[in-house]
Design a protein around this ligand. Sequence first.
Ligand SMILES: Nc1ncnc2c1ncn2[C@@H]1O[C@H](COP(=O)(O)OP(=O)(O)OP(=O)(O)O)[C@@H](O)[C@H]1O
Ligand SMILES: [Mg+2]
Length: 245
Amino acid sequence: MVDIKVDTAVETPEQAVENTVVRANNHPKSNQINEALTRIQRMAGIGVLTASVAHELNTPLSIITATCSNLQHEVEDNSLSMAQLLKYIEMIEQSAWRAARTVEVLRNYSYDEAGQTAVTDLNMIIEDALTLVRHQFQGEYNIHIQKELADDFKTIVCDHNGLTQVLINLLLNARDAMLPDGGAVTVKSWVLPAGSRLNGSENQKTAVETYAVSVSDTGSGIDPAIMDKIYEPFFTTKPQGKGTG
Ligand SMILES: Nc1ncnc2c1ncn2[C@@H]1O[C@H](COP(=O)(O)OP(=O)(O)OP(=O)(O)O)[C@@H](O)[C@H]1O
Ligand SMILES: [Mg+2]
């Protein structure tokens, strides 16, 4: 089980300070995921993510229908070789798996249960969160997604779905911060060895090896005047009826 902590600044490998960071470490004491992630937030998120999911499903379904159409023509023409048949079967199978994975991500995201722990890969959580926002970001909001992911993560035990929700919330915050023109959002993950400094302070250091994830954007940044308030549940600067906090 890992501790999950949402923080505003932590050292990157280049000693830079990121805007928003989730860090997870293999601390022996179990801990609950950030309590501010309520069902309301999750359900509000599903509405805006539907278009992304529809798009993610559409691509593999298009491949399947196009492949079936090819198969039909080639059988009618008597031109289908065994090698080509095997290739088509592989394409259909891969596309079906991709569609099934997308459905699973959405199902997990909307699952209304207290945190469930699972052995998982932090980079897979990032990919899941990006699956749910990618189409909307690129299609509607002119947001370019960049990834810089660690390649040396071990699997961890954590609340996979809870952490996916944390990342989606950070991604949606980044999206809103870049309205109306869009920009770029960068998701980064890296390993902090035990004893790394946190918040740029000498006193706060990681006790054990820690995995960090940051979501940064090219918006104007968080207004320093509200920095103390942003972790309060239901705090928002959005007009009434827009934010869930
Ligand atoms: N990436 C960001 N850039 C600039 N400001 C941000 C960013 N992320 C958060 N903020 C500021 O922090 C406030 C609180 O964010 P929070 O996610 O808690 O609520 P919200 O985004 O306003 O509403 P909700 O998440 O419920 O839709 C935001 O209203 C915004 O002013
Ligand atoms: Mg938000």
